[in-house]
Design a protein around this ligand. Structure first.
Ligand SMILES: [Zn+2]
Length: 494
């Protein structure tokens, strides 16, 4: 190694990555072998070979590694990281029951803080330089302030997508306290922190969510919404949004799995992005990741991890899961027709693109997502000389998508600051982070009671007495009779 790790985030000092394989992710998909990348202040200053650098520049030896844009996760319920791995064997129904109906309202502001803080560090550690906090546990403005305080305590880039599953979207978005929250927190924020509104559209023909969309428009906030989630949201919600003029290029449609051609056409025509969360879709039951459809209709795509209550919080897993799911579907569709796939439609380059510039596009941040002079300096070096998996480095996109792991994230730069160096986070003391999580878990376990806590983690198969759960979105009296007749009710084993 040619450099010493800095003691703390260092803005004043330029940084140069030397002799790496640079995935610029520019329009021409330029890959530079033996390339250098120079960061000055918060911007990428130059990309090239044997760059001249200012005196005092921090030199990082990137030889044998991949230099790529910081990864972007457009949908993560960061507060739920406090319960990492708890729901590993859940279905979506069990998730809805635990958080939406039974226990989500137990979370206090300090619990939101603890989860967000841990999740934010986790992002940086894995080279995820921008994370959208799909923060739907904000039952009071105190919870929202705690969420933002946590995000601002960590040197990453975040977007708080404000949500509240404990109230109807048209109720909490009308709350004057929520409006003054945005006034307060947006006034004090820079481009390290953005804001969105996060809520779902149930398909109620009365379209009560209209008022929430109007608030988003009034406040100039993009809307992110779980769309096409089997049994919860469907084409009706998309159609109502479209007919009322609320589908815009800034809108993010999370999952967008269980939708028909009509909805994909409306999304494509209005320019919004789909956030594909394949690891989630594969096991929770929203529907199959819509990778075939986004390619077919030319819909912009970003990737996301959804929640660490089940899954990993790194984009390597997202890329891998997305390639695997698409290829499995492509092969199986062919096999059903007695045919053989000889050329795969979804390539490693594409998923790397989705997790970098795709995320930047979804957030309207064209200054992120690629390594070009003038862009914001969010940069990741993947390099692990001690690992036999680090060589040979032949196909850099394939290497990133299928070979690399979070432990191979050597250096992370956000906004020109080194936040991870030599494989270690800079300026973090994990002890208080851990203490705050432990105190949240102790509180939640106590509030649930031991038996309920254990049963929640290890759900038993239902017996004959199993109760039937209606749509988890119980904000209005609306019941989709078509869905009921279609047998989409859930049997719940509790
Ligand atoms: Zn989600």
């Amino acid at each position: 190694m040619t450099h010493a790790a800095p003691e703390s985030p260092d803005h004043a000092r330029p940084v140069v990555f030397r002799n790496g394989t640079v995935l610029t992710m520019d329009d021409a998909h330029t890959v530079l072998a033996d390339g250098d990348l120079l960061v000055v202040d918060d911007r990428i200053s130059a990309v090239g070979r044997a760059l001249e650098v200012p005196e005092g520049t921090l030199e990082i030896d990137a030889r044998g590694g991949v230099v790529m844009p910081g990864m972007i996760d457009t949908h993560r319920h960061m507060w739920q990281t406090a319960m990492r791995g708890y729901g590993a064997d859940w279905t979506l129904t069990q998730y809805f029951v635990w958080y939406y109906l039974e226990h989500g309202n137990k979370f206090r502001p300090e619990d939101i803080f603890a989860g967000n803080q841990l999740s934010a560090w986790e992002s940086l550690e894995a080279g995820v330089t921008t994370t959208v906090d799909w923060s739907h546990g904000l039952q009071t403005v105190d919870h929202a302030d705690a969420a933002v305080d946590a995000l601002q305590s960590v040197p990453g880039r975040f977007v708080l997508a404000y949500g509240n599953i404990q109230a109807a979207p048209w109720e909490w978005t009308a709350d004057p306290a929520v409006h003054s929250f945005f006034e307060r927190r947006r006034a004090g924020s820079d481009d390290m922190l953005g804001f969105q509104l996060a809520f779902d559209v149930t398909g109620d023909p009365a379209f009560p969510e209209k008022a929430a969309f109007e608030v988003a428009r009034e406040l100039g906030l993009a809307v992110t919404t779980h769309a096409g989630v089997w049994g919860a949201t469907n084409d009706d919600g998309i159609r109502l949004m479209h007919e009322n003029g609320f589908m815009t290029p800034e809108t993010t449609y999370v999952h967008a799995s269980t939708l028909t051609r009509d909805s994909y056409q409306r999304i494509a025509a209005t320019g919004g992005s789909i956030s594909v969360a394949t690891e989630s879709e594969c096991s929770a039951g929203q529907g199959h990741a819509p990778t075939e459809q986004v390619l077919q209709y030319g819909i912009p795509v970003s990737l996301s991890m959804d929640t660490s209550v089940w899954w990993s919080g790194d984009m390597f897993s997202a890329m891998r899961a997305t390639l695997n799911a698409d290829r499995m579907a492509e092969h199986m569709d062919a096999h059903l027709k007695g045919e053989t796939i000889t050329h795969l439609r979804l390539r490693a380059q594409k998923v790397v693109e989705w997790t970098t510039r795709g995320g930047a596009h979804a957030l309207g941040r064209d200054d992120l997502g690629s390594l070009q002079p003038g862009k914001k300096a969010d940069v990741v070096l993947i390099k692990n000389d001690a690992s036999p998996v680090s060589f040979p480095l032949l196909n850099p996109y394939g290497h990133v998508a299928f070979q690399a792991q979070r432990a191979d994230v050597h250096t992370v730069v956000v906004d020109g600051r080194v936040v991870k160096a030599d494989g270690k986070l800079v300026g973090i003391d994990l002890a208080p982070v851990r203490r705050e999580i432990e105190s949240t878990i102790e509180y939640l376990r106590g509030a649930c009671g031991d038996e309920v806590w254990q049963q929640g983690m290890f759900p038993q198969m239902p017996d004959a007495e199993a109760s039937i759960l209606d749509n988890p979105y119980q904000y209005s009296d609306y019941v989709d009779e078509g869905k009921r007749a279609g047998g989409e009710e859930r049997v719940l084993g509790r």
